[in-house]
Ligand binder design. Structure first.
Ligand code: 6CS
Length: 279
């Protein structure tokens, strides 16, 4: 019996060591690589790619700052649709996702999220005057003529499905600009994204015939975290240590608040609250 106990303890400590080793390997690998490859969506102010190729936005800026403190000098971003980010992470195309990918139970089960970074309320862009008086996903479901535009794989698509809007009245668009164009052309009655993203799109469109409705009644405040592969949980934990220090020092607020995000909102919740048991 004693020998068996020793064998079990031995195995457990090997597994623990292998876990720590894997994490250090991943962090060592990123340090040697000189950068972390992150998935972004190019949806300001969460993420943005300038005409010069420079990557900004609150999510990449926070990720860049934390990785620097971990000894990983830079980030290299690739633009991905939201629905492709987690599969891309899983096959090793990205080392992390820093894109405003909101924590949902399904996603929390698939990735290892950091503690919260960016929180947002939901919004609709509609024609000025909101002729169909759209305020909720449920109202869209009830109006047989109402059509909503959402981006593929997003929480807005999930909200439309949860409200039982028939699929033929949910138009999947590739990006924010396309969604706004379809609204302007009258092909959809509402385009759904987080309020800060809708506000950025409307400010750039300078189209007085459009307006935003926010917050969308019946939808929760949602928060993202930086997402890592499940096997990189120890790297995620190292990331969280530095993220916590930045939150405590005020450095975190200095990065996110100029983009319109509330540091307090992210600091007043947690991955455990947002993910529940699955992360
Ligand atoms: O996580 C998501 O699905 C969402 N995140 C952002 C920043 N925009 C699209 C979607 O709401």
């Amino acid at each position: 019996m004693k020998l068996k106990g020793i064998l079990i303890m031995g195995t457990l400590s090997l597994l623990t060591l292998s876990g720590v080793a894997a994490a250090e390997d991943k962090l060592t690998q990123l340090k040697e690589q000189g950068f972390a490859r992150i998935a972004i969506a190019n949806e300001p102010p969460f993420t943005a790619v300038g005409a010069d190729g420079k990557v900004t936005g609150a999510a990449p800026d926070v990720a860049r700052a934390v990785f620097k403190k971990l000894g990983v000098n830079d980030i290299v971003a690739s633009v991905s649709e939201y629905g492709a980010m987690i599969p891309g992470l899983a096959v090793g195309r990205h080392d992390a996702i820093a894109a405003g990918l909101f924590m949902t139970p399904q996603r929390c089960a698939a990735v290892a999220y950091s503690q919260p970074v960016l929180c947002a309320v939901e919004a609709f862009a509609v024609k000025k005057g909101n002729t169909k008086s759209i305020k909720t996903y449920e109202e869209i479901a009830k109006d047989p003529k109402a059509v909503i535009g959402v981006e593929g794989g997003t929480t807005e698509q999930k909200l439309a499905t949860a409200a039982h809007i028939p699929t033929e009245r949910v138009i999947i668009v590739p990006d924010g600009q396309s969604g706004l164009k379809m609204l302007q052309d009258g092909r959809i009655d509402a385009f759904a994204l987080p309020l800060l993203s809708i506000s950025d799109l409307l400010a750039k469109a300078k189209d007085a015939s459009l307006e935003s409705i926010a917050p969308v009644q019946g939808t929760p405040v949602q928060c993202d975290g930086v997402a890592f592969r499940k096997q990189d949980t120890a790297l995620r934990d190292a990331f969280d240590v530095e993220l916590k220090k930045m939150k405590e020092s005020g450095e975190f607020a200095k990065i996110v608040e100029p983009y319109g995000f509330s540091a307090k909102a992210a600091m007043s919740t947690s991955r455990e609250k947002l993910c529940g048991a699955s992360n």
